[in-house]
Design a protein around this ligand. Structure first.
Ligand SMILES: *[C@@H]1O[C@H](CO)[C@@H](O)[C@H](O)[C@H]1NC(C)=O
Ligand SMILES: *[C@@H]1O[C@H](CO)[C@@H](O)[C@H](O)[C@H]1NC(C)=O
Ligand SMILES: *[C@@H]1O[C@H](CO)[C@@H](O)[C@H](O)[C@H]1NC(C)=O
Ligand SMILES: CC(=O)N[C@H]1CO[C@H](CO)[C@@H](O)[C@@H]1O
Length: 427
């Protein structure tokens, strides 16, 4: 808790000190426009010329830890990298256009402490817009990434851990990969990630522990892929003790269209999600695969692909989930049966679950609830046909796609291919 309080204090002081980008008296500035950039440190001119990146880097290098540089000018750095060292505050007030430097970030900060980027607006097609690893006390404020391709923010894989990372408001439009992809963070606080037209995930958390996220809101993210608005993967939420005690807290996930809504995979878990608001997701609205101790406290799923608990054989099966949701116009299915899965599903969804309300258990019969029945206990049957042919998938249910093992015909409507991963019964 001390950590959280400290973080809040740091954020508060940052926002009080610099109410607007470039306000007050930054220690260094980059001004000018195309062909004529000027870097100044106080009243000293350090650079004058056409190289926007060099102007920015010269200004950054001139300040000391605890000082601030404001890039007032807009321009293009091409396929190159801006590096921010420990203790420095970097404000991108103009629009920084960037190119694709393979394997690298347009802006990087690695092995640093207390770097602060309160404002940034970036355009272009970076390999990684911002690349981080081995950071401590990194703070990102309002970051606008309006990209034509590439990835927004990346915390690198196979590199040292990051500690105490905060992000206030991340907005993405247009990247072909993820808006935010994290690996290896202990202590993450995010206000919101709002993403539009993103090729892969809105927010992808991997090997992260002790996280607190306000909102993830995606419209048209991960269309035609197995990615999701919010994805947990690669032992996300696994504590160093190996336990999956709740340590990943997500307040709200909004997802419209695109690929999956929520996707948990590869031994991740330890997460509490207060509210889901998913509609018309392709693939699965929710897919939880080999995950542990996920609690979904409420919310709605409307149409789109099914809500599904599934498992691959290379990891231990699902266990200890508690899922309360209203689900309409799609299906809810647990296959294979997990251990200690507590469902509370309302709405008109057809459900194929392994335990009755509030129950646990990993074996025995499957409970199928037809769309019109509200009492699950009333219609307990062994359902060999539930995931197979017979009557076919319900209207708006999934009827095909790569990896799909359920029905391939429709009880109502016609099976139409949405993409490689997902076919749906449509009227
Ligand atoms: C993003 O950039 C495009 C041009 O590349 C522009 O038309 C659009 O207005 C920008 N959107 C935002 C939200 O800045
Ligand atoms: C960047 O260039 C590499 C090849 O060097 C290419 O594979 C990649 O798709 C490009 N990324 C973007 C965002 O343009
Ligand atoms: C199921 O969820 C509803 C809210 O949708 C709640 O009112 C009810 O108490 C829950 N039931 C159980 C058994 O948890
Ligand atoms: C290179 C240079 O001139 N650096 C100076 C920039 O200004 C700060 C004070 O704002 C000095 O501490 C730096 O030495």
């Amino acid at each position: 808790m001390v950590k959280v309080a400290l973080l809040a204090a740091v954020l508060a002081s940052a926002s009080t000190a610099y109410a607007q980008c470039g306000s007050g008296t930054p220690n260094a500035r980059v001004t000018g426009s195309t062909g004529a950039y000027v870097a100044t440190n106080g009243s000293r001119q350090l650079y004058s010329g056409s190289d926007y990146r060099l102007a920015i880097q010269t200004a950054i290098d001139s300040i000391s830890s605890g000082q601030r540089i404001s890039v007032i000018a807009s321009g293009s750095i091409g396929a190159s990298t801006i590096t921010i060292q420990s203790g420095k505050t970097f404000e991108g007030c103009g629009t920084i256009n960037v190119g694709n430097r393979s394997g690298r970030g347009a802006i990087e900060s690695t092995g640093t402490t207390n770097v602060n980027i309160p404002y940034l607006t970036m355009t272009g097609n970076p390999y990684f817009g911002l690349l981080f690893y081995g950071t401590r006390g990194l703070s990102l404020g309002t970051i606008n990434l309006n990209l034509s391709a590439g990835m927004g923010i990346r915390f690198h894989r196979d590199e040292p851990m990051n500690y105490d990372v905060s992000m206030t408001t991340i907005n993405c439009n247009g990247p072909s990969s993820h808006c935010v992809e994290t690996w290896n963070i202990d202590g993450l606080k995010i206000g919101s990630v709002v993403a539009r037209n993103v090729g892969e995930c809105g927010l992808l958390l991997q090997a992260v522990r002790n996280a607190n996220v306000g909102l993830v809101d995606c419209n048209n993210c991960a269309t035609g892929t197995g990615y999701a608005t919010l994805r947990f993967a690669n032992r996300n939420g696994r504590l160093s003790s190996g336990s999956y005690d709740h340590n990943i807290f997500i307040d709200r996930v909004i997802s419209r269209g695109g690929g999956r809504g929520l996707f948990c995979v590869s031994e991740s878990g330890g997460a509490v999600i207060n509210n889901l608001d998913l509609a018309s997701n392709g693939n699965n609205a929710v897919l939880i695969e080999n995950c542990y101790n996920i609690q979904i406290k409420g919310g709605t799923v409307k149409g789109g692909g099914e809500v599904r608990l599934s498992a691959r054989t290379e990891f231990a099966n699902n266990r200890d989930h508690q899922i309360t949701l209203r689900v309409d116009d799609t299906t809810v299915r647990e296959s294979p049966c997990g251990t200690n899965i507590r469902w509370n599903i309302s709405g008109n969804a057809r459900t194929t679950l392994c335990s009755a309300n509030g129950g646990g258990g990993s074996s025995g019969g499957t409970t199928t609830r037809p769309a019109t029945t509200t009492s699950r206990a009333a219609t307990t049957t062994r359902t060999t046909a539930a995931s197979g042919g017979g009557s076919g998938a319900a209207l708006y249910g999934q009827c095909g796609g790569q990896g799909w093992t359920g029905p391939t015909t429709c009880a109502s409507g016609t099976c139409k291919v949405s993409n490689q991963w997902y076919s749906q019964c449509l009227p």
